[in-house]
Design a protein around this ligand. Sequence first.
Ligand code: T3D
Length: 268
Amino acid sequence: MTTTPTGSDTVRYELRDGVATVTLNRPDAMNALDDELKTALRDTLAAAAQDPDVRAVLLTGSGRAFCAGQDLAEHAQNLQGHLQDVWRTVPEHYSPIVTLLATMPKPVVAAVNGIAAGAGAAFALACDFRIVADTAGFTMAFAAVGLAADSGASWTLPRLVGVAKAKELLMRPSTVPADEALRLGLATEVVAADAVAETARALAVRLAAGPTVAYGAIRRSIAFSSGHGLEESLDLESQMMHLTGSTEDHRNAVAAFLAKRRPTFTGR
Ligand code: T3D
């Protein structure tokens, strides 16, 4: 594990087997999001998105929480005096972080090792897969502290659980335990707490050995289709099939199929 491009140890970074593991690292504060961590996370994700050696990203937390959302102690200080810091953090931190998680052209897995609250829950929801500890839970804590929703929660939640349930989770926040999160579609898989890291890493390693360009195109197509009609979505599908059909991975996989071999994907 190394520190991030920003030099802050509030986020840890490791690149191995094509998987960039990004660990929120303020365990004593339940990985609550202060300014330093948010900046480090945004810049680390931006670097991972750009790095061709990174073919999957794994986001997790250190200690007993995944992430408790905005650091309310820092927030309270800002409310006392630095109001510009209160208003700037959504466009400067939360929105870019979620845009990176949701749209970088490679798969993103969340290993939800413990409670995920507010923006922390929204970060997990922006990932493609959520491997969740049986002891973890999600709480859309925003309204409990008199806030609306940020970090894409108003976008991801209705898509995952439907409009009515999204409103319920945001307007009557309480902790959704892992088993209910699985039933609702917030969790991809629930595993024993001591198996989360290993299970999530195995998934990320498998994805990192896959057709990276196709995964990026699938992410883009699905995000696009949720805001567009059939005709426009068919147009984008056509472009994405052109893109992926031109890759080495596609040619090699077709050849491997015909030769009755397992394909090897290089991400090109
Ligand atoms: O400017 C803007 O745009 C703001 C943007 C906001 C986006 C958001 O994320 S808003 C939502 C912010 N997050 C919350 O409201 C969650 C608050 N925390 C909780 O609801 C609970 O702590 C948890 C459900 C996360 C965990 O509960 P539990 O019972 O396991 O732990 P606890 O005892 O409540 O907390 C343990 C400690 O962590 C405690 O400190 P202490 O007493 O041991 O010194 C608690 O104060 C601290 N802590 C938990 N969450 C936060 C926090 N400290 C600062 N900020 C937190 N978010």
